[in-house]
Design a protein around this ligand. Structure first.
Ligand code: B12
Length: 334
């Protein structure tokens, strides 16, 4: 239900998004679309109405934590600006999520937004974790496939797979998720992402890029996602599976006519490190670029003639540069 707050152009929405065991109010999201008049000064009463924070609590947040500093008239009447209002809305959402005011009062609007949206993403994943807890593979497959078909392989990778697998890793490390559950979700995602390569239109540029992981590295989902992204950008992606020996990488690069070989790693201890990367570099012709993607290569980022790309954003930027014909900045030191 939405009702207009008399004379202000502000609407109070008495509707909350039920998210997991918490309720995140949609107040801060509402500010922009609602206030077309671009009003930038709000009375205490308006702030209380929009944020749902009582006068007592609001004053305590200001006094004790310096959450916002509204202008005060000689008679003590407070005037808040839009930034104050946004911050207070976000703070209220965080408090509803269980955060202590003392911990969040000094955060910026961007940081508060990040907390709220990370929580929303995570709560959107709660049916998936419920299926994982009971090892219900049919339900898990249904939930993941519906998201995959709704979003398409690229957005599914970015918006579902990366946050989901991160959380799987956390829960697995803390013993809250079984190894069987982690294997189950990895297998389903592996199969969906593999299918994604077929779903995407083939690259429309003459650039061929091959993807694999070095021997020992079983983590392949990040590499598969990179292959999908590259294809989405118009490169001709070839995903060769995980753990390809150096000499076979070189043969594949030659047979395919690849101008880039991209290796992925999510755990530095899984592969043989610098020695293996040097071996692969030497096996490849000089004109073939060697890109190293993922956190597992943070130690190998100094190998001459390679390019280290820590995140998917780094990878997409490198692809964009390549397409624009800019020279990549390969490492120069040995
Ligand atoms: C799924 C998984 C597995 C699966 C992999 C299945 C598969 N088919 O890929 C299996 C069961 C095989 C596995 C095994 C192991 N795993 Co594991 N695994 C994971 C888990 C849960 C998810 C990994 C994943 O796919 N994430 C999705 C990717 C896309 O996200 P990301 O890792 O955050 O990657 C980001 C960047 O690094 C980058 N990126 C990643 N890859 C690539 C590739 C390219 C080309 C580019 C450009 C960018 C890029 O993009 C992402 C977003 O920016 C992680 C937990 C986690 N927090 O990541 C642990 C994790 C990676 N595993 C870990 C460990 C310790 C292991 C084992 C050693 C466990 C064991 N005792 O046996 C073995 C090692 C096996 C081996 N020899 O490789 C640790 C690594 C710790 C570390 N030092 O970094 C993690 C972090 C878990 C943890 N919290 O401790 N694992």
């Amino acid at each position: 239900m939405i009702r207009k707050f008399k004379g202000t152009g502000i609407y109070k929405k008495t509707q909350f998004l039920p998210i997991g065991s918490f309720c995140i109010s949609t107040r801060s999201d509402m500010l922009d679309d609602r206030n077309q008049e671009q009003k930038d000064s709000f009375s205490l009463r308006e702030v209380m109405e929009v944020t749902g924070i009582s006068k007592l609590v609001l004053h305590a947040w200001e006094r004790r934590y310096g959450a916002v500093l509204p202008q005060q008239s000689e008679t003590g009447r407070r005037t808040y600006n839009r930034e104050h209002l946004t911050k207070l809305c976000l703070m209220k959402s965080c408090v509803d999520l269980g955060y202590r005011v003392g911990k969040i009062a000094s955060l910026s609007i961007q940081d508060l937004q990040a907390i709220v949206s990370a929580r929303k993403t995570l709560d959107g994943l709660s049916p998936i974790f419920a299926a994982l807890a009971t090892l219900d593979s049919r339900e898990l497959e249904r939930l993941l496939s519906s998201r995959y078909f709704a979003l398409g392989p690229i957005d599914f990778s970015k918006d579902v797979v990366i946050p989901l697998m991160h959380e799987v890793g956390q829960r697995w490390a803390s013993g809250d998720l079984s190894v069987a559950a982690e294997h189950m979700v990895s297998a389903i995602i592996r199969s969906l992402l593999g299918n994604g390569m077929k779903m995407l239109a083939p690259g429309n540029t003459p650039l061929h890029i091959i993807f694999t992981t070095p021997e020992g590295e079983l983590h392949e989902l990040g590499t598969l996602i990179a292959a999908l992204l590259a294809q989405g950008h118009g490169l001709q992606s070839h995903y060769l599976g995980a753990q390809l020996p150096a000499k076979d990488i070189a043969i594949a690069a030659q047979n395919i006519g690849a101008s880039i070989v991209c290796l992925g790693s999510q755990n530095a201890r899984s592969h043989k490190g610098l020695r293996e990367i040097n071996k692969i570099r030497q096996a490849l012709p000089e004109h073939v670029e060697l890109w190293l993607g993922g956190r597992g290569f943070s130690d190998a980022d100094c190998v001459a003639g390679t390019r280290y790309l820590k995140t998917m954003a780094d990878f997409e930027a490198a692809v964009a540069c390549t397409l624009e014909g800019k020279q990549p900045t390969a490492n120069s030191q040995a």
